[in-house]
Design a protein around this ligand. Structure first.
Ligand SMILES: NC(=O)c1ccc[n+]([C@@H]2O[C@H](COP(=O)([O-])OP(=O)(O)OC[C@H]3O[C@@H](n4cnc5c(N)ncnc54)[C@H](OP(=O)(O)O)[C@@H]3O)[C@@H](O)[C@H]2O)c1
Length: 234
């Protein structure tokens, strides 16, 4: 729901297109072959772009097989450079891979120190799908920015908790898309390439895993109903 503003921002920034990586997503109401083709064009128009770097199916609901075929076509005609999914559990991902031509480049799922997605990542690695973390900081839930284990590791390296979390994700081979509206924090979140977490530190972070989402389960039928009937004004 921010494509128009992002499009204006990109245009005003003057940053060359090939230095940008732009991802956007398909909402459930636009699932299905024809609607997805139209949705991709609408996104391009709002973003004022000729192509997207990555296009994701936001949720594994509705006619996402039709959507995937439209996305494969958009990949072939160059309107999209890579296609992937979001919030797909391994079983849904496996089924999509089995019954289509293109393997999703990415599965964007909640991944943070309290919800580490270790088994899902193993599965994705075997199938050639890159795990991308949404909510890398758990959006601050569970007192992440005051967690004692993370704070101790951060102090050891003279880094912030945010930087330790991002470094941990990178060392695990997870793509992270941290969000901040503050310029100094955005810079801080990039400054993670001058230190390395030790094996012991990785083990201590591994012990924080609860194996559960801090948000909701995509397998909860009531959530599926709520999301599946939510019509976005886009
Ligand atoms: N696929 C999906 O279903 C899905 C679901 C949720 C989110 N996402 C995406 O995931 C990306 C990540 O965003 P997110 O909202 O989930 O949350 P997040 O990155 O886990 O957390 C964002 C929060 O952390 C704060 N923060 C960021 N950097 C910080 C720093 N260095 N120190 C202290 N606080 C810091 C931000 O505050 P300030 O902004 O005030 O700095 C904000 O409150 C976004 O692109 C979002 O669109 C995808």
């Amino acid at each position: 729901m921010n494509e128009e503003a992002v499009g204006r921002g990109l245009r005003r920034s003057g940053v060359p297109r090939d230095e940008l990586f732009v991802t956007t997503k398909l909402w459930i109401q636009d699932a299905g072959y024809d609607r997805t083709l139209a949705a991709i064009q609408k996104s391009l128009d709002r973003l004022q772009l000729d192509y997207l770097d990555l296009y994701l199916i936001h949720q594994p609901f509705g006619d996402y097989y039709g959507a995937w075929r439209a996305m494969e076509e958009s990949l072939r005609d160059g309107r999209v450079r890579a296609i992937g999914v979001s919030n797909f559990a391994p079983d849904r991902l496996m089924d999509l891979i089995l019954h289509n031509e293109v393997v999703p480049a990415i599965d964007q799922v909640e991944t943070n120190p309290f919800c580490q997605q270790v088994d899902a990542q193993d599965f994705m690695r075997r199938e050639g799908v890159q795990l991308e973390s949404w909510a890398p900081f758990a959006e601050g839930r569970n007192e992440l920015f005051r967690n004692e284990t993370l704070a101790a590791i951060a102090a050891q390296h003279g880094k912030s908790i945010a930087q330790v979390v991002l470094r941990w994700l990178v060392q695990r081979g997870v793509v992270a898309i941290p969000k901040s509206v503050h310029k100094p924090r955005i810079a801080e979140n990039f400054a993670i390439w001058d230190f390395e977490l030790t094996g012991d530190e990785l083990d201590r972070i591994a012990s924080l895993d609860t194996g559960c989402s801090l948000f909701f389960s995509h397998q909860d039928p009531e959530m599926v109903r709520q999301l599946g009937t939510r019509v976005l004004d886009i």
